[in-house]
Design a protein around this ligand. Structure first.
Ligand SMILES: Nc1ncnc2c1ncn2[C@@H]1O[C@H](COP(=O)(O)OP(=O)(O)OP(=O)(O)O)[C@@H](O)[C@H]1O
Ligand SMILES: [Mg+2]
Length: 339
C-alpha cells in the first residue's frame, strides 16, 4: 500500500510547464532518489510536497490524507536544503529545538528529544556552538537533526551534500542512509551525483521535462535504461545508431543500441573471450586516462568515438595513444533503446 501518492501534479511558472501531470507512489520506508538535469523540476516537486509551493492541479496524499493544500507546518514533512538554512543567531541546540518550541512542547520532553537528535547526528559536545563555528558537514547535520526532531512522516532532502567535499560527503551519505533505515523513514533525496543515487537508493526516479522518464531500482536504471536520455544520464554509455548496430552486431533496431564503456573489450592475445561477441572492429586510441583500477580509453572506430573502460591489468600499459586496437562488443550487453 502506498504511503505517499502524487497524482497528475502540474505546476507552471508563467508559460513554462515545470511539472507535467506527474504521478508516482512511494511505500513507507522507501528511499527514493530524484535525478535529473538542472531545471527539470526536482526542487519544485519537493517544494510542492512540503507545501512551500502550490501546484496548479493534481493532488498529493500521505497515508490517504489529501495534503495538496494543507499548510506546510501541518503536513508532517521535514525538508533539508542544499544551503545551510540555519538560524545564524541561534546555537546548535537552539536551531534544533526551534520547531518543537513552536509546538509548545513540555520542556523536559523537548530537551530529551533534542538530546537524542544531537546524538543521532553525532554532534554531542557542539550543543552551544553557533553555526559559523561549525564545518559545512556539521551544519548539514544540524539541519538534518532539526528536521528529524520533528519526527516527520516524510523527509525531503534537496541536495544536502552538494556543498561538501568528497570525503565528508561519503561519510554523511552513509550516515543518512543508516539513520533512514533505522527510523524506517520515507525519504526523497535529490542529487546530481549518479554514484550517490546508485549506492543509496531503493529506487531512482529519473526526471525529464517535468515528468518521470524512468523509475526503478539502481540496477534497473543502470543496466536497462529504457531511453537514450536515461542511458546518457546513468552511465558511460556508447551509442550505436541503427546502421552501426546492424553492421557491427547484426542487430536490427529502430533507434540503435547503447553499450556501457566496461562492456566493450579491447582485443588482445592475452584475453580470452566468451563465445558470442562481435567480429573484431579496428580502432585507434585517441585518449587514455588512468582512473585507478580502471583505464578509460577513447577509441576512434570507423567514424565514431567510443569510450572503453578496462581493468588496469598487465597488458594495458602497452595501450598508448595512436595505437591500433581491435574491439569486440557483446550483443548481450547491448541495450536496445526505445527512444
Ligand atoms: N519561483 C519561481 N518562479 C519562476 N520560475 C521558477 C521558480 N522556481 C523555479 N522556477 C523555474 O522552474 C524550473 C525548475 O526549477 P527547479 O528548481 O525545480 O529545478 P531543479 O530540477 O531543482 O534544478 P537544479 O538541479 O538546478 O536544482 C526552472 O526553470 C526554474 O527557473
Ligand atoms: Mg534544485
Amino acid at each position: 500500500m502506498s504511503y505517499l501518492t502524487v497524482s497528475n501534479l502540474t505546476k507552471r511558472f508563467g508559460n513554462s510547464v515545470i511539472l507535467n501531470e506527474l504521478s508516482f507512489s512511494i511505500e513507507k520506508g522507501e528511499f527514493i532518489t530524484l535525478l535529473g538535469s538542472s531545471g527539470c523540476g526536482k526542487s519544485t516537486l519537493l517544494r510542492c510536497i512540503a507545501g512551500l509551493t502550490q501546484p496548479d492541479s493534481g493532488y498529493i496524499q500521505v497515508e490517504h490524507e489529501d495534503i495538496t493544500y494543507a499548510p506546510a507546518q501541518h503536513r508532517g514533512i521535514g525538508m533539508v536544503f542544499q544551503s545551510y538554512a540555519l538560524f545564524p543567531n541561534l546555537t546548535v541546540e537552539g536551531n534544533i529545538s526551534f520547531g518543537l518550541k513552536l509546538r509548545k512542547m513540555d520542556k523536559d520532553i523537548l530537551q530529551k528529544k533534542v538530546k537524542q537528535a544531537i546524538e543521532k547526528v553525532e554532534l554531542k559536545g557542539k550543543e552551544q556552538h553557533m553555526p559559523h563555528e561549525l564545518s559545512g558537514g556539521q551544519r548539514q547535520r544540524v539541519a538534518l537533526a532539526r528536521a528529524l526532531v520533528m519526527e516527520p512522516r516524510i523527509l525531503l532532502l534537496d541536495e544536502p551534500l552538494s556543498a561538501l567535499d568528497a570525503r565528508i560527503r561519503r561519510n554523511l551519505r552513509q550516515q543518512i542512509r543508516e539513520l533512514q533505515q533505522e527510523l524506517q523513514l520515507t525519504t526523497i533525496f535529490v542529487t546530481h551525483d549518479q554514484e550517490e543515487a546508485l549506492t543509496m537508493s531503493d529506487r531512482i526516479f529519473l526526471m525529464n521535462q517535468g515528468n518521470i522518464e524512468q523509475a526503478g531500482s539502481p540496477e534497473q536504471l543502470y543496466t536497462c535504461p529504457n531511453s537514450n536520455m536515461v542511458a546518457r544520464f546513468m552511465g558511460t554509455y556508447n551509442f550505436l545508431d541503427r546502421a552501426k548496430s546492424m553492421n557491427w552486431l547484426g542487430m536490427q533496431t529502430h533507434n540503435g543500441v547503447a553499450i556501457r564503456a566496461e562492456a566493450i573489450v579491447l582485443d588482445h592475445p592475452s584475453l580470452s573471450f566468451g563465445e558470442k561477441v562481435s567480429r573484431p572492429i579496428l580502432g585507434i586510441i585517441t585518449e587514455k586516462q588512468l582512473l585507478g583500477n580502471v583505464v578509460r580509453c577513447k577509441v576512434r572506430a570507423e567514424d565514431i568515438d567510443l569510450t572503453i573502460d578496462s581493468l588496469n591489468n598487465q597488458f594495458l600499459p602497452s595501450l598508448n595513444i595512436g595505437k591500433k586496437v581491435y574491439l569486440r562488443l557483446d550483443p548481450k550487453a547491448c541495450v536496445v533503446l526505445n527512444g
